[in-house]
Design a protein around this ligand. Structure first.
Ligand code: 5GP
Length: 113
């Protein structure tokens, strides 16, 4: 079922999360296994399984997620930060509800593995 992931459960309030931002279109919360001093996930309330499932009807939503990512980074005191969207298991996606990672607070190497 679309949205039937741990993130869907968070959106429905069935399990708790460490929320840092919420509005009518998205929720942002701290990653349970942070890869840096700041590691937040921004997720749409709409149950898109990944970026590859989005289409032109989602343009505004996708823009909103990025603006919220930048807002959260600023809220967390970050000038420099990385945003990551993994799409598909070969790219490292493990939770199949679209999410934008916001990572920062330490120097970040490039390219990622
Ligand atoms: P992905 O690998 O799909 O790009 O990212 C999924 C992220 O979700 C991972 O960084 C992982 O640590 C995080 N995650 C998985 N389960 C939970 C959970 O129950 N709570 C929180 N806050 N993060 C989770």
């Amino acid at each position: 079922m679309a949205g039937d992931t741990i993130f869907g459960q968070m959106l429905r309030g069935e399990i708790p999360c460490d929320e840092v931002y919420s509005d009518e279109r998205c929720l942002a919360f701290r990653d349970i296994h942070p890869q840096a001093p700041v590691h937040v996930l921004v997720i749409p309330r709409k149950p898109l399984e990944s970026l590859r499932a989005a289409d032109s009807a989602d343009s505004d939503l996708l823009g909103h997620l990025l603006l919220v990512a930048a807002r959260v980074a600023k809220q967390e005191g970050l000038d420099d930060f990385r945003t990551v969207i993994n799409s598909g298991s070969q790219a490292g996606q493990t939770v199949f509800h679209l999410h934008v990672h916001v990572i920062g607070g330490r120097p970040l190497a490039w390219p990622p593995g």
